[in-house]
Design a protein around this ligand. Structure first.
Ligand SMILES: Nc1ncnc2c1ncn2[C@@H]1O[C@H](COP(=O)(O)OP(=O)(O)OP(=O)(O)O)[C@@H](O)[C@H]1O
Ligand SMILES: CC(=O)N[C@H]1[C@@H]2OC[C@@H](O2)[C@@H](O)[C@@H]1O[C@H](C)C(=O)O
Length: 372
């Protein structure tokens, strides 16, 4: 496909941290990114975040009108700030994720959003993957592949997202397409920031351990760390995925520790989960690029660097935007869905065969306008 066929697509992501909506425009044909464009962030008010938090764990059919309104209003507002968008990739808010059970639930009505914005919206990216036996997550890896190809390197590369949950994409950039055998391996590594945030809220009434300040004052308690690493999840072969609160056991493991030791130990747990994950990679990555909020935590970054044999750097080291990579991923995936290209495969979600997830909603009376 040529650059002339590329579209301006805006992705919107509301992550497991429930802090707000990230939105980013890229110009892409779903295979390559020709331009990284504007980005916007719309934080949730404390009241909105509380409404979303109260909805966690709920499934379609439950009364979710208030949370649905929060998602719709915040997304309509932030997405209306973009000029020239031809397509929207709308992730929604994950409320529950049980791929081997009840499925996966991202709150948000893409059809209503398409009407409000007057552009086609691709949404519900995860359900078809789950229906076909996949984990439904992570989905950013096909975008990570395009980012790695653009670097022009031949060496295996890791892209690690440290959000509420951590997820790792191992990439062999010598392969032609993300769905090619051996191109990717991806999975959730374990908890990243979510349990640390919960600890901080419980003990200090603060949303997170800003800059790892509390962890830096504490010591890692090995016994608790070892108990954590006994969790069966780490031995499980990838692909594999997690729900936000699957590792609430972490809080129990540090219950007896003082605040600083608890923060240090939990930070070490998140870092150790990544190191365990890297052992599953076909070959060790020669470089690990870190995206997501956890890259701002110097204690977590230092623990990773100390435990791994390759350089560990924020994605900014290669000119990417670690606060917006997931939003850009859903802009990219939306174009792939429009083109009928796969968005996940056996090595990224465990789905039986490469699949293009996502529902397309066009506003009534919509005919495609090109802005050149
Ligand atoms: N300066 C900082 N110091 C320590 N932690 C930070 C800092 N900045 C962000 N974080 C952590 O990163 C989290 C936000 O990360 P991010 O925005 O990547 O999560 P998310 O996108 O909501 O999650 P997910 O990727 O799991 O959906 C915050 O909740 C906080 O725990
Ligand atoms: C079910 C779900 O929403 N999972 C998220 C979550 O947040 C991080 C990790 O867990 C990852 O698996 C995924 O998000 C990213 C954007 C992904 O799909 O690649």
């Amino acid at each position: 496909m040529s650059e002339k066929e590329a579209v301006r697509s805006v992705g919107a992501m509301s992550g497991t941290s429930l802090d707000g909506v990230d939105a980013a425009m890229i110009r892409t044909d779903g295979e390559r990114v020709f331009e990284f464009g504007a980005t916007e962030y719309r934080p949730y008010t404390a009241e909105e975040a509380a409404t979303l938090r109260a909805a966690l764990g709920r499934w379609p059919g439950d009364d979710l009108a208030d949370a649905d309104r929060v998602i719709f209003d915040a997304h309509a507002e932030v997405l209306s700030r973009f000029d020239g968008a031809e397509l929207v990739g709308f992730h929604g808010q994950t409320l529950a994720h049980e791929p081997r059970g009840r499925g996966t639930h991202q709150l948000g009505d893409g059809a209503a959003l398409a009407e409000a914005l007057g552009v086609p919206v691709v949404w519900d990216f995860r359900s078809s993957d789950v229906r076909l036996g996949g984990e439904g997550a992570p989905l950013a890896p096909f975008f990570h592949f395009a980012c790695a190809k653009a670097l022009g390197t031949e060496a295996p590369l890791g892209i690690l997202n440290l959000g509420g949950v951590g997820n790792l994409t191992w990439i062999d950039p010598t392969r032609a397409r993300p769905e090619d055998e051996g191109a990717l391996l991806a999975f959730d590594t374990g908890p990243a920031n979510a349990p640390i945030n919960d600890l901080m809220m419980q003990r200090r009434g603060e949303p997170c351990d800003r800059d790892g300040a509390l962890a830096a004052q504490g010591a890692v308690v090995d016994g608790a760390l070892e108990l954590f690493l006994d969790e069966g999840y780490f031995l499980k072969m990838p692909p594999k995925s997690l729900d936000r609160d699957d590792f609430s056991v972490m809080l129990d493991l540090v219950r007896e520790l003082d605040d600083a030791d608890a923060a240090a130990t939990m930070t070490a747990m998140s870092a150790a989960a990544v190191m365990r994950g890297i052992e599953h990679c076909p070959r060790p990555p020669e470089r690990l690029l870190v995206t997501g909020g956890g890259r701002h935590n110097p204690v977590m970054m230092a623990m990773l660097a100390a435990g791994l044999d390759c350089p560990v750097e924020p994605v900014e080291a290669v000119g990417l935007d670690g606060d917006m990579l997931e939003a850009q991923a859903f802009a990219f995936l939306a174009v792939r869905v429009m083109r009928g290209l796969p968005t996940s495969g056996p090595s990224t979600t465990g789905v039986r065969a490469a699949v293009g997830g996502g529902e397309i909603s066009r506003p009534r009376g919509y005919s495609r306008r090109r802005s050149g």
